[in-house]
Design a protein around this ligand. Structure first.
Ligand code: SAH
Length: 445
């Protein structure tokens, strides 16, 4: 029954970091319960044979439990490891990779310790928050998991520190200039979301106002007041989204201030980032991720490199100095166009930028690659791509993945022709349950 109280010990963790209590007749997933802890828990609901619960009374506390830095860590749903030491979080992430490879790919191979961050806070270079009216007040924050109820935040501990005061000013200006936040129920109001992107290497910040309409009263004064209060803002973009949708950004945009994009760099190569560009959110760890991937790829000046699922071309462009040629293949048109501009601005000549589906490209390509770096999306690659990859027969494959489950599935299709040299997780998303993994594969001769 709902509201049942049960006492038990946490013997395992789910892939999302929830504690697992096993009773003889039932498995219970408990929010914020750490390995080894004993607690009285209350069942919230049951689904598919599993009970979901929260802690009512913590009876035995783990030495890895710490005080969260964030006041809304239990309600916001964004973070799973605010209440643990970083060592505990990294150990969980390593085990998550080991378990997925074993369970889904039937692969048992040594996994290196996760490469973590020295300071696992304030790393995110992109934050997007919804705005809503709440009585006399305007609030912004994150949606509580599976709802459209906003948990207000003043400062998020994983976002770049510069974003918080900008958001606070935007709220104050909306109040004083009578600019209404969007109302989902009757689809009235102006500001739906605000997105702030910060550059790590340059003093550049972009603010994107996602609005429910083309124009709104006091727009010029609003932008003027915002950029005067925050001279660190270098560009303001209005994105228009009039649709009744959960997708944050609409198609149409207007540049209200500055260039409409910001610049950042990774390992010495500059990239222009617009409101919609995919760009790695952790600027500190991305350099460690790519450096490790290149080290494991053993790139040489003789190599023709394929950068599959290339986004705005970050991996290919950074690697271009170390290889003979690089081919980047990306499906999204806008990312592909960004890549062309980025390659031009960085003066990179030995690069071939292709706007295509990776599977179709590789099946139909006559090019022979020596090394392939593939950075597949969460859903992983395709059987056909992996088949064509084995046909192409590069000496080395580096698979970078943000989803251990699809990585394990895909890997199982490669290991008849390739052996695993190294499995290296990198923590790109501290405090969340997500983990990025690099796998280096070498051809079996
Ligand atoms: N390597 C890049 C981007 C990785 S994200 C970086 O590190 O920044 C994965 C990318 O794969 C996204 O840009 C997405 O648009 C692209 N993608 C998804 N499915 C694809 C497909 N079938 N073919 C080509 N690209 C695809």
């Amino acid at each position: 029954m709902k509201n049942d109280h049960i006492t038990g010990v946490c013997v395992d963790l789910t892939s999302e970091g929830k504690g697992v209590i096993k009773l003889f007749n039932e498995t219970i997933f408990v929010d914020a319960l750490l390995l080894g802890e004993k607690a009285e828990v209350e069942i919230d609901y049951r689904s598919h044979g599993v009970a979901y619960a929260h802690i009512v009374n913590l009876l035995e506390k783990s030495p890895d439990r710490i005080e969260p830095r964030c006041p809304v860590s239990t309600s916001c749903g964004g973070c799973s490891f605010q209440n643990t030491t970083y060592e505990y979080e990294l150990a969980f992430k390593k085990k998550k990779v080991i378990d997925a490879l074993h369970r889904i790919g039937h692969i048992d191979h040594e996994v290196n310790d996760v490469i973590g961050m020295d300071n696992p806070y304030n790393y995110r270079n992109k934050i997007q928050v919804p705005f809503q009216r709440n009585g006399k007040d305007i609030i912004y924050g994150f949606y509580k998991a599976k709802t459209h109820k906003i948990i207000p935040i003043k400062e998020c501990t994983i976002e770049d520190k510069r974003a918080a005061s900008i958001l606070s000013t935007i709220k104050d200006l909306m109040m004083s200039m009578h600019i209404e936040p969007y109302n989902e129920d009757n689809r009235s109001g102006v500001i739906r979301h605000v997105l702030v992107r910060t550059s790590y290497h340059y003093d550049e910040i972009m603010v994107v106002l996602v609005t429910n309409c083309d124009s709104f009263p006091s727009r010029n004064n609003f932008v003027k007041a915002l950029t005067q209060a925050h001279s660190e803002i270098t560009t303001v973009v209005q994105n228009i989204n009039t649709r009744d949708t959960n997708v944050i950004l609409g198609e149409k945009e207007k540049i209200l201030y500055g260039k409409g994009y910001i610049r950042d760099s990774i390992l010495g190569i500059n990239f222009n980032i617009s409101s919609k560009s995919f760009f790695q959110v952790n600027p500190v760890q991305v350099e460690k991720l790519y450096s490790k991937a290149f080290e494991l790829a053993h790139l040489t000046k003789e190599d023709n490199l394929l950068d599959a699922y290339s986004g705005v071309g970050t991996i290919g462009m950074i690697a271009s100095k170390q290889v003979k040629s690089v081919t980047c293949v990306e499906l999204e048109k806008s990312a592909h166009w960004n890549a062309i501009k980025n390659a031009e601005e960085n003066g990179i000549k030995n690069i071939n930028l292709i706007n295509a589906d990776c599977t179709e490209y590789l099946i139909n390509s006559d090019n022979k690659f020596d090394v392939v770096i593939m950075d597949a999306p969460r859903k992983g690659s395709t059987k056909e791509f992996l088949g064509a990859l084995k046909e192409n027969s590069p000496k080395s494959i580096i698979y970078i993945s943000c989803n251990p489950a699809t990585l394990a599935r895909d890997l199982a299709l490669l290991i008849d022709k390739y052996f695993i040299e190294t499995i290296q997780p990198v923590d790109m998303f501290p405090k969340s349950f997500h983990i990025e993994t690099i796998i280096s594969l070498k051809k079996i001769n």
